[in-house]
Design a protein around this ligand. Structure first.
Ligand code: IPD
Length: 276
């Protein structure tokens, strides 16, 4: 894939995301029509569906052979499949619960993966005007300015971010609370923005030092993972080792040292079903 082709993809997706952002921004404070997905706290609104359609239709119109892994598409039971073809991984509104409550931390998250490598990652919160972007090998940016992770190595000085997630499954909730109970005693601080993508972007920005979560999906973290890597950070599985893209588990950190320290404390959980 030539660089100029990826440039064209970047230009197209940037335009589509700006257009989609206007829809989200204009609806943020309105009352939303909500449907439930896997649980009563896993939500979808008509805006999620409309934004996903706008992005997919806009890309298909120019590149009919490109593939898609979209959050709303997948909620109808379709499994995520990553081939060597250009594949767009889309979460139209990451942080839907926030969007429903007009809590202004939700974002469009889009990654373009070619030959299984993330080439483009964009996370855009139109309500607060926060845009995080990255191209493979070209660094990470916040509203056009270069960003770097904090580089923090020690858990005792680190600001951690995690989420309670979108399931009320008993075993999972137990592990989530157990990990928070352990880490809150050691870490400098703990935060939860309600959007996996924005949590990960906060690590890339150097504001937070490490994000971990069990139960997220590939569309929640794919763009963020590229942005963190391009900002000099480190992403791994919560048990250590390479991220398994379909396993619904991740750590995004400011350094490998900090990730390793958190790994040594975490009780593990393997969400089912996987994304593939
Ligand atoms: C969810 C949010 C939430 C995280 C979940 C995600 P959605 O995405 O990012 O913060 O805890 O794991 O699935 O459903 O709002 O797009």
């Amino acid at each position: 894939m030539s660089n100029s082709e990826v440039n064209d993809y970047y230009e197209l997706i940037s335009q589509l995301i700006d257009e989609a952002g206007k829809i989200i921004e204009s609806r943020n404070s309105e009352r939303k029509l909500i449907e439930q997905k896997s649980s009563d706290i896993d939500l979808v609104t008509e805006t999620d569906q409309q934004v996903e359609k706008l992005l997919i239709d806009g890309i298909k119109a120019k590149y009919p052979n490109h593939k898609f892994i979209g959050e709303e598409d997948s909620s109808s039971g379709k499994k995520a499949e990553l081939t060597d073809d250009p594949t767009w991984i889309i979460d139209p509104v990451d942080g839907t619960m926030n969007f429903v409550h007009s809590f202004p931390h939700s974002a469009i998250s889009v990654a373009c993966v070619i030959e299984k490598k993330a080439e483009i990652g964009i996370i855009y919160n139109p309500v607060l005007g926060q845009k995080f972007t990255a191209r493979r090998g070209q660094g990470a940016f916040y509203n056009g300015q270069p960003i770097k992770v904090s580089g923090e190595k020690n858990l005792s000085s680190a600001l951690l971010v995690t989420e309670f997630g979108t399931s009320r499954e008993e075993e999972k909730t137990k592990v989530v609370l157990e990990n928070i109970t352990k880490l809150v005693k050691i870490a400098h601080g703990f935060r939860s923005l309600g959007s996996a993508a924005l949590n990960i972007a906060s690590v890339a920005l150097g504001g937070a030092d490490l994000y971990y979560e069990y139960g997220i999906h590939i569309w929640d973290f794919m763009a963020g993972m590229l942005i963190v890597n391009e900002a000099g950070g480190y992403c791994c599985d919560p048990a250590g080792g390479e991220v398994d893209l379909m396993s619904r588990r991740i750590i995004c950190a400011s350094s490998k040292e900090l990730a390793d320290e958190v790994v040594s404390h975490l009780t593990q959980f393997y969400p089912m079903p996987r994304d593939d």
